[in-house]
Design a protein. Structure first.
Length: 132
């Protein structure tokens, strides 16, 4: 398993047994780390020719509004063109602000093009990703 460290707040991994890219957020990344992590994950998705992400926000702190906007307005359209179709987000025992932000970001996506679910554990998220 190849793990790419993006600063100290992000890890990007290809999970071959699931056919997905995993991006794990730890604490609160800087804007550069956040964007670099997202772009690295997108590049790996394209390279591996997969269309699923496992996003682990269980150790994350809130991302800035500016980064959330960038994710929805700039990154997501590129990701959709690359084939991004499924997202399983692990929230664990995240605080209410992280949960609200994750649901808000997902709520802005076109449900006819994209399917997103939220989970408490990674095991649950992996099981769902294996079925899509």
């Amino acid at each position: 398993m190849e793990i790419l460290e993006i600063g100290k707040h992000c890890r990007v991994t290809f999970l071959s047994e699931v056919g997905c890219i995993k991006i794990e957020w730890i604490d609160m990344p800087t804007s550069d780390e956040f964007r670099n992590g997202c772009n690295t994950a997108l590049d790996l998705m394209s390279e591996k020719r997969v269309h699923k992400f496992l996003v682990d926000n269980s150790k994350a702190k809130l991302f800035s509004i500016r980064d959330q906007r960038w994710l929805n307005e700039e990154w997501l359209p590129r990701a959709e063109k690359t084939g991004y179709r499924y997202s399983a987000t692990v929230l664990g025992q995240s605080d209410a602000f992280v949960k609200f932000a994750a649901h808000s970001i997902a709520g802005k996506r076109d449900s006819s093009k994209f399917s997103s679910k939220f989970f408490v554990t990674q095991a649950e998220a992996v099981e769902w990703l294996k079925t899509v």
